[in-house]
Design a protein around this ligand. Structure first.
Ligand SMILES: Cc1cc2nc3c(=O)[nH]c(=O)nc-3n(C[C@H](O)[C@H](O)[C@H](O)COP(=O)(O)OP(=O)(O)OC[C@H]3O[C@@H](n4cnc5c(N)ncnc54)[C@H](O)[C@@H]3O)c2cc1C
Length: 450
């Protein structure tokens, strides 16, 4: 048996930042990852990230922004594209080489005092009726299992959510346990080298091609001169006749025919892509990153939110350790920080995704082509802001005879307004949470199950 103040499961962006934040605050931290040390930080990914979370790490932890070999290209805009409409959505960012960036973060963690146990897999949480007390882990080489006891355990195991799923729901009912098919996207991507240079410098494109079930998409991200990160993804509850790789090749060949490129790397994985856990703590426990549904439900960007959530998880753990209190109430500030940072905006983007599931790409194109919905209004909705009543009325008048599409738009606009008000009242104590969550679910499920 081993003792530590903080146990972090998973050394992806959420885990490495949780660990180093707690260690920089003077606490003993063990980080376990099932990967080998040199593979930590390497992940099949689209590699795009916006600058916000990177600036947060710079400001709060003095971690320099990605540079040198860690950066493949810079991004000026994320572009939304269908067969008939194209326009930029939002802001500046980077396309990373995740492996060297992840390894730099790991090095900073080790220098800050984190003990990394690589090739070590967490099997399940150690729990008593008062809370989570650590995890049982297994070494890869020896197959030997042992217990790591911790004051706080942070689950950053990504899509596996290995600790959260082994906490019995009846023990800590505020913590959601499931991950449903409709909330997980399957995804496949290749990094290709072209013979000629490409026109996608400083851009990341989300392409809504009619053969990919919405709200899934095909992406083209620049990896610098002559290199692209290209991928495809859709939700697990969608039935598609063709296999993912076959469909990927079909769409890719619309842009780059066979023989015009070489595949440098390929891989696929699943991404939990839903609004965040409305509560991600239990006594002695915090979940951060993919394990807490922190991925943007519209763009599937989860790297940035995982970094930010990791910072909040490490900081809140440190505050809890200082007062020797790991109760749900003491850790509750983590939920409040996540909701303020991206929780509300991701929740509103979920509505957007639900609308896309219903109106489909041709429906959206119909709205744009007839100028029923302007690009500005689309961006307003997308950024999670509501439309005014006058604007909604104008849209309705212009929208005849496609009231089905308009009803969907109306639902999003109303949902956005309701969530703005509801999140203003996000509970400050776990005791108030069940009533608040019921209100939340009634709005969300009304739209999702419509
Ligand atoms: C194909 C694809 C494309 C993507 N494109 C983008 C993109 O362009 N931009 C973006 O921002 N996001 C993208 N994402 C999402 C992004 O990769 C994740 O949201 C992000 O990596 C989440 O970080 P995390 O730390 O929560 O989890 P992860 O990065 O998944 O890290 C989890 C870590 O936990 C370890 N682990 C898992 N189980 C255990 C266990 N039982 N015991 C010990 N260790 C364990 C793993 O080895 C891993 O190191 C993409 C994802 C995929 C699959």
């Amino acid at each position: 048996m081993v003792n530590t103040e903080v146990l972090v499961v998973g050394g992806g962006p959420a885990g490495v930042i949780s660990a180093l934040t707690a260690a920089k605050n003077g606490h003993s931290v063990i980080l376990v990852d099932s990967k080998s040390y040199t593979e930590i930080g390497n992940k099949t990914c689209g590699d795009a990230i916006n600058l916000g979370p990177l600036k947060l790490l710079d400001k709060e932890l003095g971690i320099q922004l990605p540079h040198g070999e860690e950066v493949a290209d810079s991004v000026e805009s994320l572009v939304f594209q269908t067969e008939r409409v194209t326009f930029p959505l939002f802001g500046p960012g980077l396309v990373l080489n995740r492996h060297p960036y992840g390894q730099r973060l790991l090095k900073i963690a080790v220098e800050s005092g984190v003990e990394v146990r690589a090739d070590t897999k967490a099997i399940r949480a150690i729990i008593d009726e008062t809370g989570v007390k650590g995890a049982i882990v297994q070494e890869k080489e020896s197959n030997e299992s042992y217990e790591i006891h911790a004051f706080i355990t942070i689950d950053c195991s990504g899509r596996n959510y290995q600790i959260r799923k082994t906490i019995p729901p009846e023990l800590f009912p505020n913590l959601e346990k499931k991950m449903e098919k409709r909330d997980v996207a399957a995804s496949y991507r290749e990094i290709i080298r072209l013979k000629e240079d490409h026109p996608y410098d400083n851009k990341v494109l989300l392409i809504y091609d009619s053969i990919i079930p919405e709200p899934g998409y095909f992406w083209i991200f620049s990896k610098g001169k002559k290199r692209l990160n290209i991928g495809i993804g859709w939700y697990l509850d969608m039935s598609v006749e063709k296999g993912m790789k076959e469909l990927f090749r079909e769409v890719l060949h619309k842009y780059y025919p066979q023989g015009t490129y070489e595949v440098e790397d390929k891989g696929g994985y699943t991404i939990p892509t839903r609004y965040p856990l409305m509560n991600a703590v239990a006594p002695g426990f915090i979940a951060a990153g993919d394990s807490a549904f922190h991925v943007n439900p519209f763009s599937a960007e989860g790297h940035g939110p995982a970094l930010s959530a990791g910072y909040y998880a490490g900081k809140i753990s440190s505050e809890a350790l200082k007062v020797k209190d790991a109760s749900e109430q003491q850790l509750w500030g983590y939920n409040m920080a996540v909701m303020k940072d991206f929780g509300l905006s991701h929740t509103k983007l979920q509505l957007f995704t639900e609308a896309l599931r219903k109106v489909k790409t041709p429906g959206l194109e119909y709205l744009f082509k007839r100028n029923i919905l302007t690009q500005d209004q689309f961006m307003t909705l997308h950024s999670g802001k509501g439309l005014g009543k006058g604007e909604i009325l104008k849209i309705i008048l212009k929208g005849f005879p496609r009231y089905d599409l308009l009803l969907n738009l109306y639902k999003i606009a109303k949902g956005v307004q309701k969530f703005d008000k509801l999140f203003d009242r996000y509970p400050s104590t776990p005791q108030e949470f069940p009533d608040w969550e019921n209100e939340f679910l009634s709005i969300m499920n009304d739209i999702r199950n419509w």
